[in-house]
Design a protein around this ligand. Structure first.
Ligand code: DX5
Ligand code: ZN
Length: 219
């Protein structure tokens, strides 16, 4: 089954409430919250995303999918964890060493959230294989993290395929989430490669009919 996680990064100011409610009605499976700190990536969306996440939590019962693009992962786990999201995903590249990766995994599990690890386009998928038995989700960045509206990097298809092959061989139950440049033109390729959670921001928020595009993406 394919699920859709809508990135609310580029929702227009003043339209938040209406957009969030319409997305829920249109059957998005998750709200994807893009948390940036101005250090790990250039933009800083930290406070805004904290507000949005709290607001959505009050408005909706749908799960929050938190994507931490930040250096201080521990702070992110604490502050976004307080909002009781469904899943918290941090970047492998934000960790100093393997011990730190394992520490964040257990901190997220301690607060009863699902755990995801995300990797940037230049990071090899094999680098995170050791952690797969302990996590629920791998978020493969299919654009350079930092902003919405970019073009899907075609070279990422092979990465998705390799991960899918590996988790099937090892009989692991892990979601493969893809993020960046996902739309009606790129969705077939990522689904065929093995992705089962599609993050989409621009493609959904720019569409006239959210429910129509979400339905197409899930097919
Ligand atoms: C990029 C973010 C993505 C992005 C998705 O750093 O992680 O979630 O906003 O947006 P689109 O769908 O526009 O590529
Ligand atoms: Zn994201």
């Amino acid at each position: 089954m394919v699920e859709v996680s809508t990135s609310i990064l580029s929702v227009k100011k003043g339209e938040e409430a209406e957009v969030f409610l319409t997305l829920e009605k249109s059957k998005t499976d998750y709200f994807h919250i893009d948390v940036m700190d101005g250090k790990f990536v250039e933009k800083d969306t930290y406070q805004k995303m904290l507000e949005y996440a709290e607001y959505i939590k009050r408005l909706s019962n749908l799960p929050l999918d938190i994507h931490l693009m930040i250096e201080d992962v521990e702070k992110g786990i604490k502050e976004f964890g307080d909002i009781e999201p469904n899943m918290i995903t941090f970047h492998y590249e934000a960790c100093k060493n393997k011990e730190e990766v394992m520490k964040y995994i257990s901190k997220i599990k301690d607060i009863h959230c699902k755990v995801g690890i995300s990797i940037k386009p230049e990071t090899k998928i094999e680098e995170i294989y050791d952690f797969l038995p302990y996590i629920h989700n791998v978020l493969i960045m299919t654009v350079e993290p930092g902003k919405g509206g970019q073009t899907y990097l075609k070279e990422m298809t092979k990465k998705i395929e390799n991960l899918k092959k590996y988790i099937d061989e090892k009989k692991l139950e892990i979601d493969i989430e893809v993020d960046g440049g996902i739309n009606l033109n790129t969705m077939e390729e990522v689904k065929k490669a093995g992705a089962n959670i599609l993050v989409a921001g621009t493609a959904i928020l720019k569409a006239r009919d959210y429910s129509q595009i979400i339905k197409e993406l899930k097919k």
